[in-house]
Design a protein around this ligand. Structure first.
Ligand code: SF4
Length: 689
């Protein structure tokens, strides 16, 4: 059998469950995982891991793994050979391109697959099919952080390493829950608190674990973070605490930025955010007194209508106080998926080619076209959100989607599922038959990380190799091989023999990765981009210059986007996010028995005040309804949430409980990222306990 014992072996891998990028040895006998063993050599985590990295792997041997290609016949899926599936894909995509043009086809890539696979996916879209319609799930989470950083300092990545952050005098966590979503990152902060008295400020709606450990915990009203950040910046400037020398030498736009703060005095900010003036003065004073300040943020900021603008203000505040370009200072957007950084870095974005080279730059297009031997498309591509709309209006006819459960992960699931139904031809490549796959015409069985090799890039911009721990299950294949076969079924002649060949090509075409090679990444070695041709990497960004045209950072004037608010009918704010034990919507961790036993279902957190008002106790059953859909949930009464704020973990793929049945179609104004965090619902009590 597949589980028959063979030789015991150990193989280095990179964790697949979050952006921290822990590495460890996996001990196996055949397909059986004997243990996960972290090692002091691991650059990010050393001997630490969290529960997911240690115990989350049963899913690879799940009975539910897809092991053979499937083709739709009416309402059924029937097993097919790879040849049948690939030739159908080649024929149908070819016909649609011929009839409706390349822009009638869309590509969705994955932050769970490797850098090399992302590179190939965008190459397939751009060079073989001829469209810039390619995106990945950063559209749902991190695009606003990238946008805010690109506009201020020039690169969408953490300013330093996690090691640097541990040396900061002060860490400010805004709208993030690292103790559950980035556990080993949180461990580094906890240790720094003990070792050198690192100070911690947490700003969040919900009293999460790090909030309990913070020196200062503030709870600004949903979507108002830009205001208190601006007020703190204004107070610092008014007191003369800003870093004049740094601003003069390294930053443009101070006057204009300072003028944009005029309306954000402490009194006004207090009124809008619900914070006290003393709290904002205390934060300003702590930044003044700290030897280095880092600000880490995640989806509590980005998944709002003003996510990009608030991300820019975070970067502004760091610039005003001279907190860039030295260890223990700077911006730390916390990437959620293990390779969401790499998916963006390697070009599965409609406007960015690999290495953040603009699609619209003719010289860039020319360089790629010459190397690839095909012209590149000169029309702007659609992002995920625009692709969904184009499915609804019938202009997007076909889609090739890899490793993304879009039907549950995008906001407003009912709307997205109706769009998927509209597709004329839909290819899904995954390890499980997800809800999204149920809309497919062809399903291609792929391999999880343990069955393939390649590289992942973690939240620090650190590129690390993963090695093949075991052979693909059944007839499943590594994603890079599948993409190559699809390209060739469309008439290309790709001959990559291994992911290493792909990295050589990426390094040739993207200056950011010029010196990246598999030799330099052997074993536990790693590289933080940009990597110069001689192999020198960059753990700390901007020490010489910012990544802008003139080398100076740009302060972006504050532009506050008013958040959505409760209405008489939809009177409760529904916050949502991760749980420690589960990864994202749970497609992998729900199939890992240890984790599944621990947290088998999802639940709704309700504040003691609201529970008293509505007569609810633990175990009560309620129905939540938004303008977009409805769910039914068990109640957990907890003071982690307050007043009319609810919290629903996102680890559910069920018609009864999935959070995105409730989230809506409002978006970040600059990046189209759904405003998941600005969801309002009404509650009906079905059973009080
Ligand atoms: Fe994996 Fe993240 Fe846990 Fe590390 S912290 S073991 S990368 S889930």
């Amino acid at each position: 059998s597949a589980l028959r014992d063979t030789r015991t072996k150990k193989t280095k891998t990179v964790c697949t469950f979050c952006g921290v990028g822990c590495t460890f040895d996996v001990w196996t006998k055949g397909r059986k995982i004997l243990k996960v063993q972290p090692t002091p050599e691991a650059p990010v985590n050393g001997i630490s891991t969290c529960v997911k990295g240690k115990f989350g792997w049963d899913f690879i041997n799940s009975e539910e793994r897809l092991t053979t290609p499937l083709i739709r016949q009416g309402d059924e899926f029937v097993e097919a050979t790879w040849e049948e599936a690939l030739s159908l894909i080649g024929r149908r995509l070819g016909e649609i391109k011929q009839r409706d043009g390349a822009d009638a086809i869309g590509f969705i890539s994955s932050s769970k697959v490797t850098n090399e696979e992302n590179f190939l996916m965008q190459k397939l879209a751009r060079s073989v099919v001829g469209t810039n319609n390619v995106d990945n799930c950063s559209r749902y989470c991190q695009s606003p952080a990238t946008d805010g950083l690109m506009r201020t300092v020039g690169l969408g990545g953490d300013a330093g390493s996690i090691h640097d952050l541990a040396s900061a005098g002060l860490v400010i966590i805004v709208g993030a829950n690292p103790a559950e979503a980035h556990p080993v990152f949180a461990t580094r902060i906890k240790r720094a608190q003990k070792l050198h008295g690192q100070k911690l400020i947490v700003a969040d709606l919900r009293k999460n674990e790090m909030a309990e450990r913070a020196d200062v915990f503030i709870r600004p009203k949903q979507g108002t973070d830009a205001i208190w950040l601006a007020a703190v910046a204004k107070y610092i400037i008014d007191q003369g605490w800003h870093d004049r020398k740094f601003l003069e030498e390294k930053v443009n736009g101070f006057e204009e930025f300072a003028a944009s703060l005029d309306s954000y005095d402490l009194a006004t900010a207090s009124e809008i955010t619900g914070l006290s003036q003393e709290q904002m003065i205390e934060i300003a004073t702590m930044i003044r007194d700290a030897d280095g300040t880092c600000i880490a943020w995640a989806m509590g900021i980005t998944q709002n209508c003003g996510g990009s603008e608030t991300s820019a203000v975070i970067s502004d505040l760091l610039l005003v106080t001279g907190n860039y370009a030295r260890p223990g200072a700077g911006a730390y957007p916390l990437r959620g998926h293990n390779n969401v950084q790499g998916a963006c870095d390697f070009g599965t974005l409609p406007v960015w080619m690999p290495g953040y080279q603009l699609w619209s730059d003719e010289a860039v297009r020319e360089k790629f076209a010459t190397n690839w031997g095909t012209p590149l498309p000169s029309t702007r591509g659609k992002d995920n959100i625009q692709m969904v709309e184009a499915m609804h209006d019938g202009t997007l006819k076909a889609m090739y989607l890899m490793g993304e459960d879009m039907a549950w992960v995008d906001a407003n699931s009912n709307h997205v599922q109706a769009a998927l139904e509209n597709l004329e031809f839909f290819v899904v490549q995954d390890i499980f038959l997800t809800r999204t796959a149920q809309y497919a015409d062809v399903i291609l069985p792929a391999c999880p990380s343990l069955e393939k090799e390649g590289t992942f890039t973690n939240t620090e911009r650190r590129i690390q190799r993963l090695y093949q721990v075991m052979k693909p299950l059944g007839n499943s294949r590594p994603d890079w091989q599948i993409i190559q076969s699809v390209a060739n079924s469309l008439g290309a002649n790709w001959n990559y023999e291994s992911p290493g060949d792909v990295m050589v090509e990426a390094a040739t075409l993207a200056p950011l990765f010029a010196g990246v090679s598999y030799e330099r990444l052997e074993g536990y070695q790693s590289l933080l981009w940009p990597v110069a041709a001689d192999g020198t990497d960059t753990p700390l960004l901007y020490t010489e210059r910012f990544a802008t045209a003139d080398g100076k950072a740009n302060l972006v004037p504050v532009n506050y986007i008013t958040p959505l608010t409760a209405t008489e009918e939809y009177d409760l704010l529904l916050n949502n996010g991760r749980l420690l034990e589960h990864f994202h919507e749970g497609n992998m961790t729900n199939k890992s028995s240890g984790i599944q036993q621990k947290v088998p279902t999802t639940f709704l957190e309700v504040s003691p005040e609201l529970a008293a008002e509505r007569g609810l106790q633990d175990g009560a059953v309620v129905r939540l309804e938004s303008p977009y859909g409805a769910v039914r949930l068990n109640v957990l009464v907890t003071d982690r949430v307050r007043g009319n704020e609810l919290y629903l973990p996102m680890n559910s793929v069920s018609d009864e409980t999935a959070v995105n049945l409730l989230t809506g179609s409002h978006r970040d104004v600059r990046t189209n990222t759904p405003a998941y965090k600005q969801t309002y619902v009404k509650m009906q009590v079905l059973r009080p306990r």
